[in-house]
Design a protein around this ligand. Sequence first.
Ligand code: FAD
Length: 411
Amino acid sequence: MKAGAVIIGASHAGTQAAAALRQSGWQEPITLVSNEGCLPYHRPPLSKGFLSGQQAEDQILLRGEGFYRDQDITLLNRAEVTQILPDRQEVEAGGAMLPYTALILATGASARRLPVPGHALENIHMLRSLADSRLLKERLTAAERIVIIGGGFIGLEVAATAAKAGKAVTVIEVQDRLIARALPPLLSDYFRDLHIQNGVAFRLNARLDRFEAEGGHVSHVLLADGERLAADLVLVGVGSDANCSLARQAGLEIAASGILVDACCTTSAASIYAIGDCAAQFNDHTQMVMRVESVQNATDQARTLAAHLTGKPLPAKGANWFWSDQYSAKLQMAGIMRDGCDLLLRGDPQSGTFSLLQTVDDRLVAAFSVNRAGDHMAARKLIASGALLDRAVAADSAAPLAKAVVEMEKA
Ligand code: FAD
């Protein structure tokens, strides 16, 4: 077999890398190795439109089947890469050896487990893959009392889907507020109130103790304070861990719980690269080496790497961005939340249409917009350019956010 680009993982990062390599003129073979058994798909709908039944499987595919054939990309499905041999520039997948000139790790992340007694019972679900979402969707139909462990994005999106379907939903969160890792308190409170209005109950500052079973199925969730909640179905949504075992075994440098890469997504080993949820990279905005778990980060890193491998100019770096849909609230975030910033509110949270801006020295560092897509799009540009803002204009929700700029570039 002729060596070329071998990409491990065929999701947002891996599939985009294959597409971008071809777009940039990569002439060598491209092999996309996936341990899943379906065409690559969009992951965000798994807790939103696909789970609720609004989107069918064929509507969440990243690319149609013909794309891989037309672009001469070999998609190896149901193939697990089990070993990297850096000295021989080969990987082992399903018993066969694949030679590479460039090896791209796009192995993503796995849902974190909670090792408490009873965690492996029937009807305790995790949500990361299409297979997980299919099973959860099927089981949700019959369940009435849903307990969700974790008040982060995935837990709350599933809570919204289940509550809209008329289920009795309780969310258990160990912290004193929701989505505390990514949102400022005002947004945490907004989403808590929105869920309560839709019938969801919360236990904040609550620690899970164990699960109890009847007939092999989960029947109750026990909290450390002694509360015992009846449950027909449990979803555990307590974060994810990067899939780094192959990289560790190959001796690659690991940092911030991800595979350490430089600005071009090069790892510590020759001809091996990492992109997407599995990669840890220095972030210009936070000034930290970190993993960023988002579709935007996965696809941007894929495009950067493809440009690097084909000798093309690297694309300009934009702001990080992310979204979440819960009920009628479309949350769009630009930048990454920071502590100790100045805050500006545009609009009224009571109206369900507002943006909260975080600034440092009157320059925007993050923006959280609920049903204000215009603010979000403007914020992405303002964060990337480091523009200086007039605070009074920025706080005026009737004026376009872009009008608040008093100086475009950082000195
Ligand atoms: P992944 O999507 O994790 O894909 C990695 C792939 O590699 C997987 O298919 C995995 O099975 C495969 N793989 C791993 N190891 C091997 C191996 N050894 N051999 C072969 N294959 C292997 N982001 C947003 O921006 N907005 C959202 O609204 C949003 N919603 C989300 C909702 C859910 C339910 C989930 C789970 C995630 C959501 N995300 C969202 C996050 C987003 O989906 C991830 O950031 C994105 O999928 C990362 O892409 P990736 O390609 O790096 O990794």
